[in-house]
Design a protein around this ligand. Structure first.
Ligand code: COA
Ligand code: AMP
Length: 633
């Protein structure tokens, strides 16, 4: 057996031994005596009786050490903010970052935030966003970061579900060359929401000054300047660290809960083993703190490991050019870069020969990791050819918190098979099953499930809705977690992810719910019925397409209606949905029981072959649909 196969086999045959050893890399206030606890079945709990603080492990332990901690790096850069959109680069050592975070935590404590309270963070890619997450962790408070690209309606839904004591925000974000005021979006969300936080703390950026509401709103800088630093609060391993909302199949997002103990152990293990990075290495996840990649690999994992992490405020192209990524790698000696394939497609489109790369020294880079959507072999081969390093597609989800399928380069670099996300990572028993839950043969496509026990880092529940957690993930095939993705495993054990088998879509690596868009479209008076499906897109992988049936007698101009629907989705969900095309149809194809045939419509839109569903009500609709979709957009 190769080293990877060996570790994988051990992780499944002896999870207690495997993860018990991994847990020794974490500083515990009370070391756990229990590793895997099955009392909470059908889910598992890890390190149940352990106590720790995640912020201590991410910051203080690198500054002051602690019991059994033999390595400190107080003067090493912990966080670098590289922001071409503001033309600034700033950095904080571990000591400086710890001190900032300790004061911010003191400021939050002064506003009444304590262990178990929730705090919503709605911020652009500024270093204060990462500091805010760590400050919450320091207090044992539960943060819920909402991606800055979401519109007020989406923010309001999350505020009502998370019920924060305090909301942290900023005066603006900067998208390319556009300054986007955030405070009006926050105010609009708070107007819509039923829940009222006690306070909002607003970071005033030089590009925009937000109006503050007397009594409720506080100025970030003033508040922090007046605060005293506070120490870390010890919490139970299974206490929640954060809630991160992600798109499900309905319009109501799922509040994925992450605990403190198992999260720290899993992420700390993943850095050397999956990514090949240890203390002192520079790690750059070019994502956003509003997504799980940002939580795990901009903030927590690199800091838990003593790396330098880069928080990048810009785009791969246009800020100012297609050399943006090469510049960051060169300037900061990045060892590992992690981003979405879309970013590389965008760079390639602008600079197909990668001529701009010649102006930069990227020799520190050892690997490029891609996730968020499938890496098409074309993009993988291009990236590999221009960068001259292995390019690793790897697969995981908000729910899993860290990679499930990858080429674990820190254990053993196995052959890269373009089109496949690699091998199951130690800890994960990945299976492909048919509708009855039976394992399918190698090479056959089915639903991808993860067999229990699930490793540390995996979500323990959904915030405030344990029944939805059980129904969404653990009920379809008892003993297995349903991922929502389809794919196959080949005879060498490589896993290929072929896409979602539910109504979730990935637009430029951003996970979105077509159900949420349908709710907005269906609310228009002229719309009798609608379906939003994800169709293939050269740049973003997938984009949504709205199919609309008009109410009888509706007298509307199709172009005007389309423009109104596009504007509505942009206003209610956000520009990030990239909902730009609406097609009016006479009828939607359905099964005889009335279920809309979304997958068939998607195949037609993508020009793929499809089998005529045996349950279809009226096959003629498919020809009509094909004609409408073939008409110029
Ligand atoms: N706040 C506000 N608006 C945002 C936003 C944010 N954080 N992120 C995106 N938007 C807006 C964009 O400005 C754009 O608005 P527009 O319609 O007015 O132009 C819209 O949402 C669509 O955004 P996007 O799809 O990102 O398009 P883009 O043209 O700005 O950039 C790419 C295209 C490919 C460069 C970009 O999508 C990209 O870098 N993708 C990689 C994504 C990624 O890292 N995903 C994380 C998972 S690992
Ligand atoms: P998120 O929860 O936002 O991280 O999105 C997770 C979803 O993105 C997965 O369920 C997949 O559908 C998709 N995804 C992530 N990484 C990959 C990958 N490497 N290949 C294919 N799909 C991916």
């Amino acid at each position: 057996m190769g080293r990877h196969a060996d570790q994988h086999a051990r992780s499944l045959s002896d999870p207690e031994g495997f993860w018990g050893e991994a847990a020794t890399a974490i500083h515990w206030d009370t070391a756990p005596t229990v590793v895997l606890d099955r009392v909470a079945e059908p889910r598992e709990q890890w390190f149940t009786d352990g106590r720790l603080n995640t912020c201590f492990n991410a910051l203080d332990r690198w500054v002051d050490g602690g019991d059994g901690v033999d390595e400190v790096r107080p003067d090493q850069a912990a966080l670098v903010h590289h922001s071409p959109v503001t033309d600034t680069v700033r950095q904080w050592t571990y000591r400086e970052l710890r001190d900032e975070v300790a004061r911010l935590a003191g400021a939050l404590a002064g506003l009444g935030v304590g262990a178990g309270d929730t705090v919503v963070i709605y911020m652009p890619m500024v270093p204060e966003a990462a500091m805010a997450m760590l400050a919450c962790a320091r207090l044992g408070a539960i943060h819920s970061v909402v991606f800055g690209g979401f519109a007020p309606r989406e923010l309001a839904i999350r505020i009502d579900d998370a019920r924060p004591t305090v909301v942290l925000s900023a005066s603006c974000g900067i998208e390319g060359s556009t300054v986007l005021p955030y405070k009006p979006l926050l105010d609009a969300a708070l107007d819509r929401a039923e829940h009222e936080p006690d306070h909002c703390v607003v970071l005033q950026r030089p590009q925009e000054t937000a109006d503050l509401v007397e009594g409720r709103d506080r100025d970030w800088a003033d508040l922090v300047a007046a605060a005293e630093p506070v120490n870390c609060t010890s919490v139970g391993a299974t206490d929640p660290l954060y809630v991160l909302y992600t798109s499900g199949t309905t319009g109501t997002p799922k509040g994925v809960v992450r605990d403190n103990g198992s999260h720290a152990v899993a992420l700390r293990w993943s850095m050397p083993n999956v990514y090949g990075c240890g203390p002192g290495d520079v790690f750059w996840a070019a994502s956003d703190v509003g997504w799980v990649v940002g939580h795990s690999y901009i903030v927590y994992a690199p800091l838990l490991t003593g790396c330098t992490t880069i928080l990048y405020e810009g785009k791969p192209v246009g800020t100012p050019d297609a050399a943006a990524f090469w510049r960051v790698v060169d300037d900061h000696d990045v060892k590992v870069l992690f981003t979405a394939p879309t970013a590389f497609r965008a760079i390639r489109k602008e600079d197909p020969e990668a001529t701009l790369l010649a102006e930069h020294d990227t020799s520190t880079l050892t690997h490029l990791f891609l996730a968020g959507e499938r890496t098409d072999p074309n993009t993988l081969e291009w990236a590999q050819a221009v960068l001259g390093v292995p390019v690793v597609d790897h697969w995981w989800q908000t729910e899993t918190g860290w990679p499930v399928v990858a080429n674990c380069v820190g254990i053993e670099l196995v052959d890269v098979k373009p089109g496949s996300a690699g091998l199951p990572v130690p800890g994960w028993d990945v299976r492909v099953v048919d509708v009855d839950g039976n394992d399918v043969a190698a090479g056959e496509t089915g639903a991808i499930v993860l067999r229990q026990p699930l490793p540390p880092g995996m979500l323990p529940t959904l915030w405030g809705d344990d029944q939805r957690f059980l129904d969404s993930y653990l009920t379809a095939h008892p003993g297995n977690y349903l991922t929502g993705d389809g794919g196959f495993i080949d005879t060498d054990g490589y896993v290929s992810i072929m896409g979602r088998i539910d109504d979730v879509i990935n637009v430029a690596g951003h996970r979105l719910s077509t159900g949420a868009m349908e709710e907005v479209v269906a609310a228009h008076d002229a719309v009798a019925e609608c379906a939003v499906i994800g169709v293939a897109d050269d740049l973003r992988g997938q984009v949504p397409l709205g199919l609309v049936v008009l109410t009888s007698g509706a007298d509307v101009d199709p172009d005007e209606l389309a423009a109104e629907l596009v504007a509505a989705v942009r206003a209610d969900i956000g520009a990030v949905a990239v909902f730009r095309r609406v097609v009016i149809v006479d009828r939607l194809p359905k099964t005889r029981s009335g279920k809309i045939l979304r997958r068939t419509m998607r195949a037609i839109a993508d020009g793929e072959d499809y089998a005529l569903p045996s349950t279809i009500d009226d096959p003629a609709i498919l020809d009509e649909l094909g004609e409408r979709l073939a008409a110029p957009a």
